[in-house]
Design a protein around this ligand. Sequence first.
Ligand code: NCD
Ligand code: ZN
Length: 355
Amino acid sequence: MSEPTPQTLTIIRPDDWHLHLRDGAALESVIADTARQFQRAVVMPNLQPPVTTGEQALEYRERILDALLKAGLPAQSFTPLMTLYLTDNTPADEIRGAHATGVIHAVKLYPAGATTNSDAGVTDLLGRCTDALEAMQDIGMPLLVHGEVTDPEVDLFDREAVFIDRVMIPLRKRFPELKVVFEHLTTKEGVDYVSQAEGPIAATITAHHLLYNRNAIFQGGLRPHWYCLPVLKRELHRKALVEAATSGSPRFFLGTDSAPHARGRKEHACGCAGCYTALHAMELYATAFEKAGRLDKLEAFASLNGPAFYGLPVNTGTLTLEKRSFNIPEAVPLGDDELIPLAAGEELGWSVRRA
Ligand code: NCD
Ligand code: ZN
């Protein structure tokens, strides 16, 4: 017999290990959503131009902290964990210098052309980036991987599975001590690989990949707000992801991949990839864990496994979720424009208690 569902759930304050905050007016619009729920977030460096140097990352960090204050939130309410964008030419010294700042925590690999703002990405990881990878392995700085091949011959839905064989396995063979996070994992093949591989590997999982399969993109018509990369997959993959996230395995942790785009850039002849979930992230994750009957595993996934992998302390505060309906707004402001959150207009069964 299953236990009755609790009316509230209090967990250690969670972190978001994969987040897009953008810059300028957009940053000022979205920062409060994340800071209300998460103590820390790994901030992705795919700005235009990308954040490729330690100096740029420090400047971006200042803009994030300014935006936090402008949103009326105290500085201690949120800590951005900065990242560098790996290019074919990132020098090992840049990595070492960034690491020495103490506020830049990881390096992101975007295969060139794989996703939004990835044109400056890596063309040949093991051909061009070995000095950088050597330095990262040496100092224990994680490589965050967008794990999709960009080969146009490979079907879009197979690009993660093919990436494992073509890039992930050779990379980890060559650098067995390198800490690697397989970002926004979306397939059963990915789950099997991360679960069974030797050495320091982990994966983030988004709320949308736990809640939806690819039918969501086409339900009743083409729905651009369900389009992200890696794209939603078949139901069997969603099930494997739920099993992994709720298993209690320390290799899987929370990363929303919340990726704000102005409404007109999504509802477009060539719409941008990215789902906005920062607004209701923990409500979405709680819904997924409740459906799996594993709410008791949410704290490990959201608050414990990430810091353990990154070698950071666990947060001291708490977050309380209440079994109370949450109506997802139809739209929220994004600078002078607007942003459509994932599942806009729908209702969720959980709400984060306001502090
Ligand atoms: C992200 C973005 O918009 O920056 N988009 C997305 O669909 N997830 C980039 C990324 O993480 O791939
Ligand atoms: Zn992302």
